[in-house]
Design a protein around this ligand. Structure first.
Ligand code: ADP
Length: 202
């Protein structure tokens, strides 16, 4: 590979994006490609603060949430994303700033304004965004079937509907919108086909 590849997975909670992100990471490793798997919010100091905030009943205002996400992303970019890109690695990442546009957008901020704020920070831009699209009622069914019982405030159907609409409204030419209603294997086939082509072009 002559240049790095930056892949992002997006979707509402329960859409199946983490499952697909793991599969793609394993696929890349099995091909002998130098892949790195990242996730936002991170496990760093700001990311931990964000996770704690998301578990609270009374969440901080969207602007305060955004401030923490930007701090977390700045650290992530400096410590993980930029170094990996400099080494020509393939980054396979679970959530990026599009999630802010969709979620904090659903909490009252402007999705386009959030995109502009992130662009101003000069964070690295992904080559491809796999948006796993699933109606919120289906996603909620999957999440409620999880055994942890720890439903975060975010996981509410009407809210997720707004989040889904925001994702679709900000989708640009880098987005591949994938029907998330299929089986894990069907969805992964579509992602793998696209990914393999991207790798060849690198
Ligand atoms: P997300 O990261 O979008 O919140 P996950 O990948 O964690 O979603 O998947 C949520 C739940 O749905 C998990 O229990 C997972 O095993 C299950 N799941 C994922 N993809 C599918 C699919 N295509 N069909 C049925 N269940 C799925």
């Amino acid at each position: 590979m002559k240049r790095p590849l930056f892949i992002v997975f997006e979707g509402i909670d329960g859409s199946g994006k983490s499952t697909q992100c793991d599969l793609l990471f394993r696929h890349a490793v099995s091909l002998g490609l130098p892949a790195v798997r990242l996730v936002e919010p991170t496990d760093g100091r700001w990311g931990r603060k964000i996770r704690a905030m998301l578990r609270e009943k009374e969440m901080a205002p969207a602007e305060e949430q955004m401030r923490l996400f930007i701090l977390d992303r700045r650290e992530d970019a400096e410590q993980h994303i930029i170094p990996a890109l400099k080494k020509n690695r393939i980054i396979i990442m679970d959530r990026y700033y599009f999630s802010n546009a969709a979620y904090q957008g659903a909490a009252g901020m402007s999705p386009e304004g959030i995109i502009a704020e992130n662009r101003k920070m000069n964070f690295p831009e992904p080559d491809r965004v796999y948006f796993v699209d699933l109606p919120p009622d289906r996603a909620m069914e999957r999440v409620t079937a999880r055994s942890d019982g720890d439903r975060e405030v975010f996981e509410k159907e009407h809210f997720l509907q707004k989040v889904r609409e925001n994702f679709l409204s900000i989708a640009d030419e880098r987005f591949l919108v994938i029907d998330g209603t299929g089986s894990v294997d069907q969805i992964f086939d579509e992602i793998k086909n696209d990914f393999d082509k991207l790798v060849i072009s690198c």
